[in-house]
Structure formats: C-alpha cells, structure tokens
Design a protein around this ligand. Structure first.
Ligand code: 5GP
Ligand code: ZN
Length: 116
C-alpha cells in the first residue's frame, strides 16, 4: 500500500467509497464526480501507477477486466452498451496514479473523443 495514494486508502477503508463490486484482487466503486449516468471505477487492490504497469501483471490485468465486465452486467449496461477506458498520463488527463478502469454507460455516450 502507498499511504500517499488516494485509491490505496480507499482499498484500506481509510476513505469511504460506494463499493459496487469486490473480489480478492479488485475493488469497484462509484466515481465521486460521475461523467455519465453510470460511472464506476475498477481498480486492482495492488498499487500499479497506470495501465502500462498493470500490463506487466497479466493476471491482475485480467482480474480488472473481468471485474469491469461484472460491473457492467450488474448495472444493466450490457444491453445498451458501455465504454471502458484507462486514462494514462498527461495527454489523457490522468489525475489519480493508481490504475483504474472507468466503466461508463446508462445513456448514449456520444463520440469517443470530445476534441474530434
Ligand atoms: P483519471 O482522471 O485519473 O482517469 O480519473 C480519476 C477519477 O477519480 C475522476 O473521474 C474523479 O472524479 C475520481 N475521483 C477522484 N477522487 C475521488 C474520490 O475520493 N472518490 C471517488 N469515488 N472518486 C474519486
Ligand atoms: Zn495506490
């Protein structure tokens, strides 16, 4: 655990979150500032800074993806469709450097990128 990491502190129970799904290796909770009707963050409990670091641990990466799919199922997103994204680094505006999959849905999400 990284004591300076917001999402490690959520895993440790030091900061509250609305948890919607949990496994031995992952935690999923609602984004505090949702950008869509459904906006859930899925994280590995182990600290990896970004998806590049997560990809070095294929089992952990697979667990995050499976958890994201379970969240989409549980929140009823699979019929209408949804989006999973990993903001990575400065160009993507990553703000929290504990890797997290954004699961977004519940309404039409518009174009993939706002700037195109
Ligand atoms: P990023 O920009 O790093 O991809 O996304 C970080 C996300 O974390 C943002 O969507 C932001 O709203 C969310 N977030 C930041 N602080 C908190 C928090 O304390 N609790 C929760 N649930 N989400 C947070
Ligand atoms: Zn962390």
């Amino acid at each position: 655990m990284d004591n300076d990491c917001l999402f490690c502190r959520i895993v440790a129970g030091e900061i509250p979150a609305t948890v919607v799904h949990e496994t031995d290796t992952t935690l999923a909770f609602r984004d505090i500032d949702p950008k869509a009707t459904v906006h859930v963050l899925v994280i590995p409990k182990t600290h990896y800074a970004d998806v590049v670091a997560l990809a070095q641990d294929p089992a952990a990466a697979a667990d995050v993806l499976a958890a994201a799919a379970a969240v989409a199922e549980n929140d009823g997103l699979t019929a209408g469709g949804f989006r999973i994204l990993f903001n990575t680094g400065a160009h993507a505006g990553q703000e929290v450097f504990h890797v997290h999959a954004h699961v977004l849905g519940g309404e039409p999400l518009g174009p993939m990128l706002a700037i195109r």
